[in-house]
Write a protein that binds this ligand. Structure first.
Ligand SMILES: Cc1cc2nc3c(=O)[nH]c(=O)nc-3n(C[C@H](O)[C@H](O)[C@H](O)COP(=O)(O)OP(=O)(O)OC[C@H]3O[C@@H](n4cnc5c(N)ncnc54)[C@H](O)[C@@H]3O)c2cc1C
Length: 554
C-alpha cells in the first residue's frame, strides 16, 4: 500500500484576528462627547450628531478615507499642448469627502446659519470626522477660519461670503463667480520662516484702488485648488493681508505658479504645495501694515480646529485600541481582561476624555462672541489647548499602536495613518513654542486673561484636593509680574491641565476625575511619561466601560 502524499498546498484557519472596527455609531458610543455637546450648548443637535456618527462609523466612509490617502493628489503643471495648467487632480474619494464636509456645514455652517451653540455643534462634527480622515479638514478649516478675517472688509465680504455660505462643494476649476460654492486657503509661510512672518519677502505693488500685484512665493501653500487665499505680503505701508483669487476678475487664471507638491509624512490626501506668484492679482484685506492682525483672526479659528482635530484623532486612536483589546486573546484571556492592559487602556481613555472636554469647552468660547469673560478665556485657552492636546496626540497614537501590536504598525491597519498625521496639528498654524509664547503675550497684554481663567477654574476648586492645590499654585504662578520665556511650556501645560482637571471634576464621574487628577496634577509638574501608571484602586473597568460601551456588540 502506498503512503498518501502530503497535499501540495496546506491551508490554515485564521483565528484570533480582530474584525475591523466598522459600522458603529461614532457619536452614540462617545459618552464624553455627548455630555460635552449638551453642557456646552448644542444639546439640540444630539439627533443630528447621532446621524453623522452612524455615517462616520460606517465602512463606506472608512473606504473613502483610505482611498483618498492611497491615491494621493497629483500635480498637473501643463496640458498636452504645453500650456500651463497649475492644477492638482484628486481621487474621486477626496471629492466625495469634501462634499460631505461642506454639505454638513463643517466649513460654513455656524456662519451661514448663526445660532446659539452653532460652533459647538460644528466642533462635535469636526471631532467625529477627524477620527475618519484628516487631510480634507485642512481646506475645510481654512474656509471656516477665513470668514472672521473677511468680514473686516465690507467689499470683499459682500463678494465672497455668500459663496462660502452656500455650504456646497464645487471642485470645478473655474472662476469663483460661476461656482456653487468655494473654499479658501492661506499663505503665510515662506522659505526663510513660518513662525516669524514679519520676515516675509513677498511684495505687493499697488495697482489702483484696493488692487495689488503680488510677486514672491510661499513655501507651504496647502490646498492650492482653493478658490482664493488670504496671504501676507509686504506692501508700501508694511506687511499686509491680501485676498488672492485663483482667477482674476476678468476670468483669466491668476499667476499662481505651483512649483511642486510636498512629499509629506502624513496628511497625504491633502495637497500641500510650494508656489510662486508671478505678478498675481490680489486685493487688500483690511489696512496696509495690519496684515498680521488681520490674518490672526483666521489663525485663531485654525488653532481651535487643531485642538478639535487632535482630540478627534486621540479618540479615534483610543477606540481602535479598545476595540482591539476587546477581541484579541493572549495567554488565555482577552487583552481587555489583562490587568496591566486595562491600566493602559483606561489611561488612554482618560487622555481622550480630557482632550474632548477641553476642545469642546474652547469651542463654546467661540460661540459666545461679545461676552467679555469668554473672549478673555478664549484668548489664553486657544494657544494653551492647541499646545497641550497636540502634544499629547503622538504619545497616544504610539501607545494605541502598541496595544494593537504588530498589526498596528502595518499600513493596512487603522493606526499607521493616525500616527503619521498626529504631529501636524502641533506644527501648523503656530508650532508648540510659538503657542506657549502666545500665552505669555496674552498675559502680558491683558492681565484680565487671568481673571477669565480664574472664573473658569473656580467652580471646581473644592471638588478634589489635587486639583485645588494645582489651581492655587497656578494662580500664584500667573501673578508673577514677569513670566520667564524659558518656562513658557511648563506654564502653558499647567493652564491646559488645570482646565482639563476642572472640567472633569465638575462634569465627569469621580472615577474619571480622580484618576486624572491623581496622575496628571498630583505631583505638580506632569512629565507626561508612558501610559499605564494609574494608581492601584483606580476603577479601570468603569473608565473603560464609559469610554467604550461595547458599540459593535462584540
Ligand atoms: C502639512 C503642512 C501644511 C501646511 N500648510 C500651510 C499653509 O497652508 N499655509 C501656511 O502659511 N503655512 C502652512 N504650513 C506651514 C506651517 O504653518 C509652518 O511650518 C509653521 O508655522 C512653522 O514654521 P516653519 O516651518 O518656518 O518653522 P520655524 O518658524 O523655523 O520654526 C521652527 C521651530 O522653532 C520654534 N520657534 C520659532 N520661534 C521661536 C522662538 N522665538 N522661541 C522658541 N522657539 C521658536 C517653532 O515653534 C518651531 O518648533 C504647513 C505646514 C505643514 C507641515
Amino acid at each position: 500500500m502506498s503512503t498518501p502524499s502530503l497535499p501540495f498546498v496546506t491551508t490554515h484557519d485564521v483565528v484570533n484576528q480582530v474584525p475591523p472596527l466598522a459600522d458603529y455609531n461614532a457619536y452614540a458610543c462617545d459618552t464624553a462627547l455627548r455630555e460635552a455637546v449638551a453642557r456646552e450648548g448644542a444639546g439640540y443637535a444630539d439627533d443630528w450628531l447621532r446621524a453623522r456618527g452612524a455615517e462616520l462609523g460606517s465602512a463606506e466612509m472608512q473606504a473613502l478615507a483610505e482611498q483618498a490617502n492611497r491615491f494621493v493628489p497629483t500635480l498637473k503643471l501643463f496640458d498636452a499642448t504645453g500650456r500651463r495648467r497649475d492644477i492638482v487632480e484628486f481621487h474621486p474619494a477626496y471629492h466625495a469627502l469634501m462634499g460631505y464636509l461642506q454639505r454638513h456645514g463643517a466649513a460654513a455652517g455656524p456662519w451661514a446659519a448663526p445660532a446659539p451653540g452653532a460652533h459647538v455643534r460644528r466642533a462635535a462634527f469636526y471631532l467625529l470626522y477627524a477620527q475618519v480622515e484628516d487631510g480634507t479638514l485642512c481646506p475645510t478649516t481654512m474656509t471656516y477660519a477665513s470668514v472672521p478675517a473677511l468680514v473686516r472688509d465690507a467689499t470683499l465680504a459682500a463678494e465672497w461670503l455668500p459663496r462660502i455660505y452656500t455650504c456646497e462643494y464645487d471642485p470645478r476649476f473655474i472662476p469663483a463667480s460661476a461656482k456653487k460654492g468655494v473654499t479658501l486657503g492661506m499663505g503665510m509661510t515662506e522659505k526663510q520662516g513660518g513662525s516669524d512672518v514679519r520676515a516675509n519677502t513677498t511684495r505687493a505693488e499697488p495697482a489702483g484702488g484696493r488692487d495689488y500685484r503680488i510677486v514672491g512665493h510661499k513655501w507651504f501653500f496647502s490646498a492650492p485648488m482653493c478658490d482664493a487665499f488670504l496671504i501676507l505680503a509686504q506692501a508700501p505701508g508694511g506687511l499686509s493681508c491680501f485676498l488672492l483669487p485663483r482667477f482674476t476678475p476678468d476670468g483669466e487664471v491668476n499667476a499662481i505658479r505651483i512649483q511642486r507638491l510636498k512629499d509629506k509624512l502624513g496628511d497625504r490626501s491633502n495637497a500641500s504645495s510650494e508656489v510662486e506668484f508671478w505678478d498675481a492679482h490680489a486685493q487688500l484685506v483690511g489696512e496696509e501694515g495690519r496684515g498680521i492682525a488681520t490674518i490672526l483672526e483666521m489663525g485663531t479659528y485654525c488653532r481651535l480646529d487643531c485642538a478639535l482635530g487632535t482630540a478627534g484623532l486621540i479618540r479615534g486612536a483610543a477606540t481602535q485600541a479598545l476595540h482591539h483589546a476587546q477581541h484579541r486573546m493572549a495567554f488565555g484571556k482577552r487583552l481587555i481582561e489583562q490587568p496591566l492592559m486595562r491600566n493602559v487602556l483606561a489611561d488612554l481613555a482618560l487622555e481622550s476624555e480630557a482632550a474632548t472636554a477641553l476642545a469642546m469647552r474652547l469651542a463654546r468660547a467661540f460661540d459666545a462672541q461679545g461676552d467679555e469673560e469668554q473672549s478673555l478665556l478664549r484668548r489664553i485657552l486657544t494657544p494653551a489647548a492647541k499646545y497641550w492636546i497636540c502634544k499629547r496626540g503622538p504619545a497616544v497614537a504610539a501607545e494605541a499602536m502598541e496595544v494593537i501590536g504588530g498589526n498596528g504598525f502595518v499600513e493596512e491597519g487603522p493606526l499607521a495613518r493616525v500616527y503619521r498625521q498626529m504631529p501636524l496639528n502641533s506644527i501648523w498654524e503656530g508650532a508648540g513654542n510659538v503657542m506657549c509664547l502666545d500665552v505669555l503675550r496674552a498675559l502680558a497684554r491683558d492681565a484680565r486673561c487671568i481673571e477669565g481663567l480664574a472664573a473658569e477654574l473656580s467652580p471646581a476648586r473644592s471638588g478634589n484636593a489635587h486639583l485645588e492645590a494645582y489651581i492655587a499654585q497656578l494662580q500664584r504662578d500667573l501673578r508673577e509680574p514677569v513670566q520667564r520665556e524659558d518656562q513658557a511650556r511648563a506654564l502653558t501645560q499647567r493652564i491646559a491641565l488645570a482646565v482639563q482637571g476642572a472640567l472633569l471634576v465638575r462634569f465627569s464621574p469621580p472615577y474619571v476625575a480622580d484618576a486624572f487628577c491623581a496622575t496628571r496634577l498630583a505631583h505638580g509638574n506632569f512629565a507626561g511619561g508612558a501610559f499605564g501608571h494609574l494608581p492601584s484602586g483606580t476603577d479601570c473597568a468603569a473608565i473603560i466601560g464609559r469610554a467604550w460601551p461595547n458599540p459593535t456588540g462584540g
